[in-house]
Design a protein around this ligand. Structure first.
Ligand code: QAP
Ligand code: CO
Length: 175
């Protein structure tokens, strides 16, 4: 399956993703293709809606201490729910669907998440640090929320102006 990453301001990014009920070959193929798309684009997290599938599936691949990404540290979450959250943290986030932009975003420091794996087994994970931030960012995608939706009015206006300028430049450089 060849997947293309959907970019802002594509309306699909505002869709709410649906619960996954069938843990079949079709789901496994989607997850495998999402992994390929994420690694090829240098991402550490990807939600299914970012490749046009409104299903509650996401991937996380946080680099290790040596800044290496590997299949062993890949986490696949189906139907994730945050059951506990505490503390506060700020991180300069980016998103494969909002290329070339990074902004400081407030998140919870610690979270507990219930989810299912690709075979439908129930799992619980306690996360802090970058993993916690990434999970919150990706679960926002399942609810149609982008990190730029969390900016103040003035920072959002600055972003829109800057983003349009960069999109125009990109278009010109392709011609
Ligand atoms: C979400 O983000 C995230 O603009 C994953 O040109 C963000 O993988 C998790 C990327 C912050 C934790 C902290 C963005 C790649 C990748 C770009 C990504 C770009 C190339 C973003
Ligand atoms: Co994102």
């Amino acid at each position: 399956m060849k997947l293309i990453i959907v970019e802002y301001p594509d309306k699909r990014l505002k869709e709410k993703s649906k619960l996954i009920e069938r843990f079949d070959k079709e789901l496994h193929e989607l997850l495998d293709s999402m992994y390929e798309a994420m690694i090829k684009s240098n991402g550490i997290g990807l939600a299914a809606i970012q490749v046009g599938h409104a299903k509650q599936a996401l991937l996380l691949n946080i680099p290790d201490e040596e800044d290496k990404q590997s299949m062993e540290t890949l986490i696949e979450m189906i139907n994730p729910v945050i059951t506990q959250k505490s503390g506060e943290t700020v991180y300069q986030e980016g998103c494969l669907s909002v290329p070339s932009f990074y902004e400081d975003i407030n998140r919870y420091e610690n979270i507990i998440v219930n989810y299912q794996d690709r075979d439908g087994n129930t799992k619980t994970i306690e996360a802090d640090g970058l993993l916690s931030i990434a999970v919150q960012h990706e679960i926002d995608h399942l609810n149609g929320i982008l990190f730029i939706d969390k900016l103040s009015y003035s920072r959002r206006k600055k972003f829109e102006k800057e983003y349009k300028r960069v999109q125009k430049e990109k278009k010109l450089s392709k011609e």
